[in-house]
Design a protein around this ligand. Structure first.
Ligand SMILES: NC(=O)c1ccc[n+]([C@@H]2O[C@H](COP(=O)([O-])OP(=O)(O)OC[C@H]3O[C@@H](n4cnc5c(N)ncnc54)[C@H](O)[C@@H]3O)[C@@H](O)[C@H]2O)c1
Length: 421
C-alpha cells in the first residue's frame, strides 16, 4: 500500500460567506486601529535638518570655518579676531556680511535653511561663493536648538549676526505662520541658546524700517512710535525688538537691532521691486506702479545700497559690548541698542523705474494701480543721526550708482548662464 501524503485529500475548510465577512471586518478594524494609533510622520524642518549635521567631518568643517586668520584665540576681540555665527548666510544681506567679515580675517560660520520663499538656486549660488571664500554654511533651521547647541559646543562664538528671517511684506498674507516660525519662534530659540552659551556672544540682528508702520513723522527716528505696524511682517519684527529687550534685561545678553531701509544691490532678493522690475522690463512684461492717494504724494522708498548696510552691520559688531551673563544668569547691565540703517534720501518708485529704463535701454510697460492694502507703507525715510554718532555710519552710494552695479550683476548672472530669475 502506498501511503498518500496526508494533505492530498485535505480540502479547504468550508467557510461560509457570513464567517468570511466577519473575519474580514475584524481584520479591517485592526488595520484601522493601528493606523489611527501610530504617531504621525514628522515633517517638521527640525527633523529634516538634523540628519545633515553632526559627523566628524562636519565638525571639522565648522571648526575650520570659525578659525580667525591670525589663529589667535577668539577672545582677543577686535576686527579680524572674531568668531561670528551668521544666520541667514545664504540670503542677500547674510552672504554679503559673511564675505566682508571673512575678508578682514574673522572666523565665520553660516547657518541657513535654504527655504524656497524665493528661488533656492540663488541661495545655493551664494553658498558656493562663500565656500570658495572659506565660509561653511551649515544647512539647518534656527528653531533646531540641538543644532544651535552643537554649534556653540564646537565654537565659542564671540558674536552672532542674526539675519535669518521670513522677509517680505506681502507674502505675510499668504503664509502668516512662516513669519511666526522664523521671526518669533526662531528668534526665541536663538536667544535661548545664546543666553545659555558660555561665554555668551553679543548679538546683532536685523529688525526693519517696517516697524515704523503708520508713523507719519519723517524722517523716522529710533524714538518715534513703532506701535502701529501695517503688516504681520512688521509686527513680528516689532515683537522681535521687545523679545530682545527681555533677553537683555533678564539674561544680560548684549543685543543690537538694526532697522534696515529697503536694501538693494547685486545678489539681491528676487521678490523686491527693483529686482522683478528689471526682470519684467527685460521681458517686456508690464510692471505694477502703485499710486498713493492724492493727498499723500507719491510712493517713495529710502533705498539703501548693500555695501552701506554691510558697513553698518560690521560697525555694529565692532562696537557691541560683551554680554554680561554667565551660565544663563545676568551679572550686570548689558548693552541694548537699536539703529536705523538707511540712506536718508527717499526716491519715488517712478524715479527708480526711469533709472532702470536708462540702464536697461528699454522702456517699461507701466501698469498704474491704486495702492492696495497689502501691508506696504507709502513712504520711508531714515534719520541716521544715531548710527552716524555711534557707528560712524555714512551711506555713500546713491541710487543711480547702486542700480548700475545691480544691473551689471543681473545681466552677468542671468544673461550668461540662461538662468531664469
Ligand atoms: N533686504 C531688505 O530690504 C531688508 C529690509 C529690512 C529688514 N531686512 C531683514 O534683514 C534680514 C536679511 O534679509 P535679506 O534681504 O537678506 O533676506 P533673505 O531672505 O535673502 O535672507 C534670509 C535668509 O534666512 C534664511 N532663513 C529664513 N528662515 C530661516 C530659518 N528659520 N532658519 C534658518 N534660515 C532661515 C533664508 O533661507 C534666507 O536665505 C532679514 O531679517 C530681513 O527681515 C531686510
Amino acid at each position: 500500500m502506498v501511503d498518500r501524503p496526508p494533505y492530498v485529500h485535505r480540502r479547504w475548510p468550508n467557510y461560509s460567506a457570513p464567517k468570511l465577512i466577519f473575519w474580514a471586518s475584524i481584520f479591517a478594524a485592526l488595520i484601522l486601529f493601528i493606523i489611527l494609533h501610530s504617531p504621525p510622520p514628522d515633517f517638521s524642518s527640525d527633523r529634516r535638518t538634523t540628519t545633515t549635521w553632526g559627523s566628524l567631518n562636519w565638525e571639522r568643517r565648522v571648526q575650520t570655518s570659525a578659525r580667525t586668520r591670525s589663529h589667535s584665540p577668539s577672545h582677543s576681540a577686535g576686527p579680524g579676531h572674531l568668531s561670528v555665527l551668521v544666520t541667514g548666510a545664504a540670503g542677500f544681506v547674510g552672504s554679503h556680511v559673511s564675505m566682508a567679515l571673512k575678508r578682514r580675517g574673522d572666523g565665520v560660520v553660516g547657518l541657513d535653511n535654504f527655504n524656497n520663499y524665493y528661488d533656492p538656486s540663488l541661495k545655493r549660488a551664494r553658498q558656493k561663493l562663500l565656500e570658495r571664500a572659506g565660509v561653511f554654511v551649515v544647512e539647518g533651521d534656527i528653531n533646531d536648538t540641538a543644532l544651535l547647541n552643537k554649534l556653540f559646543d564646537i565654537v565659542a562664538f564671540t558674536h552672532v549676526m542674526h539675519l535669518a528671517a521670513q522677509a517680505g511684506v506681502r507674502y505675510a498674507m499668504k503664509n502668516p505662520s512662516s513669519y511666526v516660525h522664523s521671526n518669533i519662534a526662531g528668534l526665541v530659540s536663538l536667544f535661548e541658546v545664546c543666553k545659555s552659551a558660555n561665554p555668551q556672544p553679543a548679538v546683532v540682528w536685523a529688525s526693519s524700517s517696517s516697524v515704523y508702520g503708520l508713523n507719519t513723522k519723517v524722517p523716522f527716528a529710533e524714538k518715534d512710535r513703532t506701535d502701529q505696524p501695517a503688516s504681520l511682517y512688521a509686527a513680528t519684527k516689532k515683537a522681535g525688538e521687545e523679545i530682545a529687550h527681555t533677553y537683555n534685561h533678564i539674561y544680560g545678553l548684549s543685543i543690537t537691532g538694526l532697522r534696515f531701509f529697503t536694501v538693494y544691490g547685486p545678489w539681491g532678493r528676487p521678490d523686491m521691486a527693483y529686482f522683478f522690475f528689471t526682470k519684467d522690463i527685460l521681458k517686456g512684461k508690464p510692471i505694477p506702479i502703485f499710486e498713493a492717494p492724492d493727498d499723500h504724494g507719491s510712493v517713495a522708498r529710502d533705498f539703501t545700497y548693500i555695501d552701506d548696510i554691510v558697513k553698518g552691520c560690521v560697525a555694529a559688531i565692532d562696537t557691541a559690548e560683551k554680554s554680561t551673563g554667565s551660565g544663563g544668569k545676568k551679572t550686570g547691565t548689558a548693552q541694548l541698542r537699536v539703529f536705523n540703517l538707511g540712506n536718508t534720501s527717499p526716491v519715488p518708485v517712478t524715479k527708480l523705474v526711469s533709472i532702470l529704463e536708462n540702464l536697461l535701454k528699454k522702456k517699461a510697460k507701466k501698469n498704474v494701480l491704486p495702492m492696495p492694502r497689502n501691508g506696504d507703507v507709502l513712504f520711508t525715510h531714515a534719520n541716521i543721526s544715531y548710527a552716524k554718532k555711534e557707528l560712524h555710519y555714512k551711506p555713500e552710494t546713491d541710487l543711480q550708482t547702486g542700480l548700475k552695479k545691480f544691473v551689471d550683476w543681473y545681466l552677468d548672472y542671468y544673461g550668461s548662464d540662461k538662468k531664469s530669475s
